[in-house]
Design a protein. Sequence first.
Length: 691
Amino acid sequence: MSDPLDALFFPRRIGVIGVSPRPGTWGRRVVDLLRSGGYGGEVYAVEPREHDPELPSLDDLLTDGRLLDLLVVAVPAEAAVDVVDRARRAGVGAVVLFSAGFAEAGEEGGERQARLAAAAGDMPVLGPNCLGLVSRPAATVVTASAYVERAAPAPGPVAIVTQSGAMGFVLAALLDQQGTSYSYYASVGNEACLPLTDVGSYLLERPDVQVLGLYVEQIRNPEALARLGMRARELDKRVVVLKAGASEAGGRATLSHTAAVAGDPLLFGALCRDAGIVTAEDDESFADLVTALQRPVSLPPEPRFAVLSMSGGAGAVIADRLTALGARVPELAPDTRATVAALDLPGVAALDNPIDLGGQFYRGAESFGALLAALDRDPAIDGVVCCFTFGDQFVEIYRELAHSIGELTTPGWLVWACPPEGALSGAPPGVVHPTIASLMRALPAVVREPEPELADEGASSDAKAAAARVVALLPGPPGVVTEASAGPLLRELGVPYVECVDVDAAARGPGGDTPDGSYVVKLDSPDAPHRARLGLVRLGVPAADVSCIASELLARAEDLGLRDAQVVVQPRLAQAGELSIGAVRDPQYGPALVVGPGGARAEEAGADRHVVRLPAAPGAVERVADSVAARHPALHGPVVTQVLFLIAELVEQAPSLAELDINPLLVRPDGSLVAVDSLLVLSADDTPEHS
């Protein structure tokens, strides 16, 4: 065995401790499943001897020279710690620990888990509180789950690693329904000794694994997950993650709008995107993605599809769904259309794209290969989607069609709707989906993002120099830096910022470029980071009323007991839209930029937001800038890019900067940007907290 985890997934000798004579207990189930499942190695049911005096002890095995590759432990938690210690000292290769009563059981359990980790040392231990593993290539079934006794399709190029054993088998069952199945499954439980990412890394390196599926509830090491995704990219493989549960990233100050919205889903999604990891929204989309990604398929941005069906209605639905995804269903090229028209396809209802073969499609089944070949040769077609239903009388025709589609040079898929039971088994990996919705959930994962227009190299150097100047000007003590100080700092950084005026100057006449020449009057205090919620921001104030409103706000600040209160007056500016751009230094995920809608919509649930983790991956800033500009016709991507690079450099050079918030950042009618409100939060600790 060349890797320590080989002892888990390819054991030659397995011992089980905790074998009760009562049927259905976990230890007994493992022994029975190994014996009935075709495992070819040696299985030893060992201890506790009070149940069966004939059972050997662990010490007996070692005395006889029968060194175990894998020890399965199904005894109470306190006894399990001692068993693991004995196993390590005896040279056992690895342990699967089912026992509960560790970190999931509170403070006492947490202390017990710490003792377990110490007892294990360098020996791989899967668990505790796990549901075991399955290695189908080795016929190794080490679990008590009844699921493994079900009939399943042949093993496919898929591995599943999960923090929840039961949920992992639910995902496996959904794959079975799509005619595909896993080769390896592991439930990591509490990850006391063996993290999910370590198990995933081992399986990803297996030559018979193309897709690694992960179910996670807690991201204990974001950077390890990112490395896993990047390694998959190097191997031309894919990682699919379904995440549930609350974030561990507590303690964020959330004084700014940015920190309030930069929650775990946004930051986790950004990490996965940068690492090339595909995220699933739910269990069904997980199965769809894992099914489709078993082939290393890649489609260009805005791909062009040919649609082929036995039903005009199904073809129309597919065309609509593809269009909604940003793809196109163009007319066939004249040569392709002529070739298709010349084929023996009785009952064809339409030769346009979508092609409707009609209800008598089976009469021309022998021409399907030539039809697909014609579409495959068309350089104007990037992908082919076929849709057939039921097929009880034509199972072999459909299966042959699926294999033909899988062999095309042009990526192709078959939607086999309502197939007979077991019909999908044996289908080529990643080709067949049971519903239109299933395929549509998976297709975006194989479409390449457009290449962004990279910024000029000099822009980054200018940003570094400007950020260095601002870092030197940052105030020393931790706390809130309000707009009165934050605005000038951002202006020094190079961010376009509205010029403030004093009360007397504003009172002398109109300002700004709005038709009424009005002003914005705000109360500035470190005790009121969300001043609009306190009624301390007044918009559209006429010049003649500025002094009165300023006095009113100062009086309000005195009533509220706000420290260091002062009034900020700005001319009101014409705008064509509002953005918010900010940064947050998350204790788990590290620093990140967050770009979204501005003004009152900054914290709106469901609003379209973009995240760039720092340091930014190549093209990440430009990609977000282009996406933001696409939603604001008056705005140009390079303008947003420049501001983002400036803020990114400041965040990277100032580790004490915990939060930064610019909201709103006005989109001017001429396409330029100007900030009109801002906030900085400095932390007491200037060292990054994430790993």
